[in-house]
Design a protein around this ligand. Structure first.
Ligand code: USQ
Length: 421
């Protein structure tokens, strides 16, 4: 199968390209390298060092014996995207090319506006490009479990049967997102469903939980995937592991009673591959809830503590005030039946994955420690005094920079940082 990965340079995209190549699929990709720029804007680095794009492409050719057609393209550059898609003629397109951070979207108006326009416009551009250049291809779109929020009822996979005034219908389950970022995913879901309905595109909308895990194949660091830990782009489990390896306290927010769906990177790759290898019919829009376990943040913190302890690292769990406005101690029981029906079998248990992750981080403890000031949360969900992280280059806060973001400036975002690896 020919798979085009939009967002191939990211945390999921780069391992996915390798995983698919190992299964005999042909891959190509596009990426505007924005994630590298955003991390630079945050004054942080990937805990695991990553190679420049050209080195990654060389490594891919050497390891998998195939070329990796790559376009440095922002999805909002519609003409360039159309050229890349029509040149590769994919059977499937995986869309990972979005700004994935809830805190980034909550920093201020400029960041909220950037995340929503980047994500929603990029997806719209991709939908039109697929309609015009590969209408039979299957779109696998990365959505988020956070689209549903935390309703006080069970969460079905996308749709539910509802009876109202004596009539029944199968309708989209209500979305109650908890950040401007998560709302951008909701808007994407509506647009993807609409494109399937009117143009007959086929799509899988993946409601993915929080993914954790390192990707450091033995022997060639050019194949490594990034792993962020700063307060804005680091997700909870990654931050906890990085805190443990540098001897900092592990910091669940608030009571830690908030519950989330989680899955390992290996499981995420397995699930995306199952979706790709089992496409829906023309015109079908289907939704998969992609998660393995539901855990509270307090449980996740304890699992990281105990995995660190088993490797001889003493770590403490010390909750901090929750910077977010989110429910704690809520009901949370999402369905996840579609992927197991296609054959999803979880890989290693969470404790084992966490130990591997911590072991992969240990050689980079100095690098993490050098950016430890990027760990404490400063971005708050509720209005208050400015909470922006200081700009590392001393160029000033986000308020005093030219904030016009869009394809004209490379679509990098409000901070407009230099691009770095
Ligand atoms: N949290 C902590 N301590 C931390 C960081 C986060 O307790 O140091 C808590 C948050 O308050 C929240 C939970 O952990 O309750 C998850 O936060 P997160 O930063 O790990 O993940 P989130 O903001 O939800 O976003 C991440 C990805 C996003 C994806 C989403 C899936 O960044 O792209 O859509 O996970 S889900 O969480 O299911 O919405």
């Amino acid at each position: 199968m020919r798979v085009f990965i939009a967002g191939i340079d990211g945390y999921l995209g780069w391992p996915l390209a390798q995983h698919l190549a190992a299964r005999g699929h042909e891959t190509a990709g596009a990426d505007a390298l924005l994630r590298r720029a955003w991390i630079s804007e945050m004054g942080s680095v990937s805990a695991v060092p990553i190679a420049a794009t050209g080195e990654r492409i060389d490594a891919y050719r050497e390891h998998f014996g195939a070329a990796l057609p790559f376009a440095e393209v922002n999805l909002r550059d519609h003409d360039a995207l159309c050229r890349a898609l029509s040149a590769f003629a994919p059977d499937a397109v995986v869309h990972l090319a979005e700004c994935p951070s809830a805190p980034y979207s909550m920093m201020d108006y400029r960041h909220a506006e950037f995340v929503q326009s980047n994500n929603v416009s990029g997806t719209l551009s991709l939908l039109f490009a697929m309609r015009d250049h590969c209408p039979e291809a299957h779109l696998v779109k990365l959505g988020s479990m956070g689209e549903y929020g935390t309703p006080d009822v069970d969460i079905p996979e996308g749709f539910f049967e509802v009876e109202f005034r004596g009539r029944r219908d199968r309708l989209p389950f209500p979305r109650q997102a908890g950040s401007w970022y998560h709302w951008s995913k909701v808007f994407d879901s509506e647009n993807v469903a609409f494109a399937c309905r009117i143009w007959g595109l086929r799509a899988t909308d993946v409601m993915q939980g929080v993914v954790y895990g390192s990707w450091c194949p033995d022997g060639d660091p050019r194949l490594n995937s990034r792993l962020d830990f700063d307060e804005v782009f680091g997700t909870a489990v990654h931050r906890f592991c990085c805190q443990a390896v540098i001897g900092r306290s592990i910091t669940p927010y608030g009571s830690g009673a908030q519950r989330r769906g989680v899955l390992s990177l290996a499981d995420a790759l397995q699930c995306l591959t199952l979706a790709l290898e089992n496409p829906p019919g023309g015109g079908e829009y289907r939704v998969f809830n992609q998660l393995r376990d539901v855990r509270s943040l307090a449980e996740l913190a304890e699992l990281v503590r105990s995995a660190a302890c088993s490797l001889g690292i003493e770590a403490r769990v010390v909750p901090v005030a929750n910077p977010r406005a989110e429910a704690e101690g809520h009901h949370y029981r999402p369905d996840s039946n579609e992927l197991p029906k296609l054959g999803f079998r979880p890989s290693a248990p969470m404790g084992e994955e966490l130990r591997r992750l911590i072991r992969d981080l240990l050689p980079h403890a100095g690098r993490i420690a050098a950016h430890a000031d990027r760990l404490p949360p400063t971005v708050r969900w509720q209005p208050g005094p400015p909470t922006h992280p200081p700009h590392p280059t001393g160029k000033g806060s986000h308020h005093d920079q030219d904030t016009a973001a869009g394809p004209a400036d490379g679509g990098r975002g409000p901070g407009r940082p230099a691009r770095t690896a």
